[in-house]
Design a protein around this ligand. Structure first.
Ligand code: GLN
Length: 292
């Protein structure tokens, strides 16, 4: 029987996934093999000639087959990386996107410049908890209340918050946007409100890649005909939750800057409302500061 080495397997999986038109086939091959062999990606390269035994080969085949059907590798291996943190995921939450690191970066930057001793942050639609975890991990004293309507997603978020030892500063609450927050904090309590809400329009949903459309939770993606339903609800309730001088930061779809700006203009006395672009040059984030 043919002996399979790590090198041989990486090449084979890469080729198989490439033929199935899976994005980032080589990376996918490395991630799946690291997971099965319980080795880091670097260790795969330092053990190139190691022979992989049958039970592990069988498990590998199963996962590679699923990856070939465009099931996201992050779901297959149960984790991914976000803002240099290991984040657990499953099919009840969205897989963190690199674009969302912009939201985290601007949030941390705002909190540092604001210089508040113990800032209070609200993260709406937290999903896996990746944004809350990344902000808390990179700010020594921020406390975060993170909410999500999905109990299942919050199970994953809790796992992430515990994994990064943030239980004393990140509180997870189940409910619709601000609704579960009301009992926990005073009016105008937050220094910063962040969110990466569902924002995909009905038409855009049809154009999404198979790995997103067929596998990620629709409730974390879709937000009505124009993708604006959740922003509308956030805007309607934001004024009562944000301190004067506090900021709101919302991730947006590439064509939503104008519509979301209008919603915020009508929502509270926001000073300059800014649109930030992601590394691909697309509008990705709206930030605004409450001035009175
Ligand atoms: N950016 C994501 C995508 O296009 C959507 C994320 C969201 O709706 N919050 O897949």
């Amino acid at each position: 029987m043919q002996k399979w080495t790590i090198k041989g397997l990486l090449d084979w999986v890469n080729q198989y996934l490439s033929e199935k038109k899976v994005d980032s086939a080589r990376l996918g091959a490395e991630l799946i093999l690291s997971y099965i062999l319980e080795k880091s990606r670097i260790e795969l390269y330092t053990h190139f000639d190691m022979v992989v035994e049958k039970p592990q080969l069988d498990r590998l085949h199963q996962l590679v087959k699923r990856a070939g059907e465009h099931e996201p590798v992050a779901y297959l291996v149960g984790k991914c990386e976000f803002y240099s943190l290991e984040i657990f995921v499953d099919s009840s939450c969205l897989i963190p996107r690199p674009e969302t690191e912009l939201l985290v970066e601007k949030a941390i930057d705002f909190l540092r410049r604001q210089g508040q001793q113990k800032p209070l942050v609200c993260d709406l639609c937290t999903g896996s908890g990746c944004v809350a975890a990344a902000i808390a991990k990179n700010h020594p004293s921020a406390s975060i209340i993170a909410t999500d309507i999905s109990e299942k997603a919050l199970v994953i978020a809790a796992k992430n918050i515990a994994h990064h030892k943030l239980n004393d500063r990140v509180e997870l609450l189940c409910g619709d946007l601000f609704e579960p927050v009301i009992k926990h904090v005073d009016k105008d309590a937050f220094d910063l409100i962040v969110s990466n809400p569902p924002y995909v329009s009905a038409a855009e949903f049809q154009t999404l890649d198979r790995n997103v459309k067929d596998y990620e939770p629709q409730s974390a993606l879709l937000a009505g005909e124009a993708g604006l339903d959740v922003y509308r609800k956030i805007a309607a309730n934001i004024d009562g939750h944000l301190k004067v001088g506090g900021a709101v930061m919302l991730e947006i779809g590439y064509s939503q800057a104008e519509a979301v700006t209008k919603l915020l203009e009508a929502a509270a006395a926001f000073g300059s409302i800014k649109v930030e672009k992601d590394f691909a040059g697309n509008d990705r984030l709206i930030t605004a500061r409450k001035c009175q």
